[in-house]
Write a protein that binds this ligand. Structure first.
Ligand SMILES: *Cc1c(COP(=O)(O)O)cnc(C)c1O
Length: 452
């Protein structure tokens, strides 16, 4: 399978090239040249073990690895999830299910993408003999999932900037207590946007980027999307037969990555009736789906911080398919967005989608109600998924993080503090961070001194 840019520039590239490049050279995002159909026996089979299913799906996109290598890759990526099913489906009521995506090493769904990404980087380094330096900024979950995908690996050092004092204590500990020599967590004075601005500036300095062999792990990498598509099929295979009609996947959404993965696999044949875009009060997508106008606003911090975004980058992939793969039209919309700060999508039609938004009060109320009604505790991101559920569908809410990652909000909602062994263990470990001034120059010098 080849991959092309949503904006039409450059030549089609292979799976490994799309992975290594991240962003397409014209600034677009890679998408598969054609969406293959799911193998017809897949959906009628008994639920497969997660790595076996992952192999069945990834091989439709990846022509670069032979069978044994790809099997090895997915075994290493998903073999160590704490639940043997990796993504277990819990039934809360007759037509309400939760897909638990928090059994990976950092207890959030981003492990599904970043465990695979870590192993692909390792393999790329072994193949090319060239070491790399991964640079990123995080507001919490992405940084820790990237660190746990890459810690201890040969030939790669990882530099993650985060806003000092503005991420949760446990998220910080997941990044700073690894004890791995190749991990450099850097707390920055300022906000997430300040950290992100430094990363962007260094990444756009092509001479430095080349010299320092900088790589990114951001959510626009197509491999993360492909990896996330797998668990939608896994959820379907775990559904009781009588619940397989009228399925509504409810996805707590920030930059549209996770939900796009589900929509993509639906285009490949997974029977889904509806996708619900569940936003928090940073509701650019809520406004888009109601008005057809995409208009980034300023971010305000919420109880669901990993969904506090301004720009939903992965929406560009959906737009490309919405435009019937017309890359010229897609490029035009993205140019207009850049120039005017907003764009009206021509003939916007998203009939497969519903959309909700949750204020912080809704989040608290939903955590409380789900606990009272079903005896089940959801994290603040997942809580957004319980807003305004339709009664006439089989609802599958994606649980994107473990509630123990956000003890303060849960305590406020239900007066108890959930725990997780993995997180308790962190509290006893020593934290290691690196003090660097919040300027591109200081960060650049630090990377030069400590590069792999
Ligand atoms: C990243 C994240 C999200 C948002 O995912 P997108 O792919 O950006 O839509 C939701 N919940 C949690 C816990 C996250 O870490």
């Amino acid at each position: 399978m080849n991959f092309v840019s949503t904006r039409g520039g450059g030549d089609p590239v292979s799976f490994s090239e799309a992975f290594a490049n991240g962003l397409a050279p014209d600034g677009g995002l890679y998408v598969p040249k054609n969406l293959p159909l799911l193998p017809s026996d897949l959906l009628v089979d008994e639920a497969l073990p997660y790595p076996a299913l992952a192999w069945d799906i990834l091989r439709l996109f990846d022509d670069d690895h032979d069978t044994d290598d790809l099997i090895d890759l997915v075994d290493r990526s998903y073999g160590e999830f704490s639940d043997s099913i990796s993504a277990p489906l819990q039934q809360l009521s007759q037509n309400l299910f939760v897909l638990e995506l928090f059994h990976g090493p950092t207890l959030a769904f981003k492990d599904f993408g970043l465990q695979l990404v870590g192993n692909l980087f390792e393999e790329q380094i072994a193949r090319t003999g060239e070491s790399i330096n991964v640079l990123g900024a995080t507001s919490g979950d992405t940084g820790s999932a990237a660190i746990h995908g890459l810690m201890g690996k040969e030939g790669v050092n990882v530099f993650i900037l985060y806003p000092k004092g503005k991420i949760s204590n446990l998220q910080e500990r997941q990044m700073t207590c690894t004890g791995a020599k190749n991990i450099f967590p850097i707390p920055i004075e300022g906000t997430f946007d300040d950290a992100q601005a430094i990363v962007k500036e260094l990444m756009s300095d092509l001479e430095f980027k080349e010299k320092a062999k900088l790589s990114a792990v951001n959510s626009i990498n197509i491999v993360r999307v492909l990896a996330q598509a797998i668990y939608y099929v896994h959820a379907y295979m775990q559904l009781p037969q009588e619940n397989r009609d009228n399925i509504n996947f409810v996805v707590p959404t920030g930059n549209f990555g996770n939900i796009f993965a589900g929509w993509m696999i639906h285009q490949m044949g997974l029977p889904v009736d509806q996708f619900t875009v569940a936003t928090n009060k940073n509701d650019i997508l809520y406004r888009l789906f109601n008005t057809g106008t995409y208009e980034p606003d300023t971010v305000s911090p919420s109880h669901a911080p990993s969904m506090d975004i301004q720009v939903a980058s992965n929406f560009e992939r959906f737009l490309y398919y919405h435009n019937e793969k017309d890359a010229g039209k897609t490029a035009k919309s993205m140019e207009k967005l850049k120039k005017d700060g907003s764009v009206k999508i021509p003939n916007f039609n998203a009939s497969n989608f519903a959309v909700t938004h949750s204020t912080d009060e809704d989040i608290i109320a939903n955590i409380k109600r789900v606990k009272e009604d079903y005896g089940y505790v959801v994290d603040p991101h997942t809580a957004c998924g319980f807003q305004d559920l339709p009664e006439d569908k089989t609802n599958i809410v994606l649980a994107t993080a473990h509630p123990a990652k956000f003890p303060d909000v849960i305590k406020k909602a239900i007066g108890e503090t959930p725990t997780a062994d993995e997180l308790d263990a962190l509290k006893k470990k020593r934290q290691k961070t690196y003090a660097v001034d919040a300027t591109p120059k200081a960060v650049r010098e630090f990377i030069e001194k400590n590069s792999a």
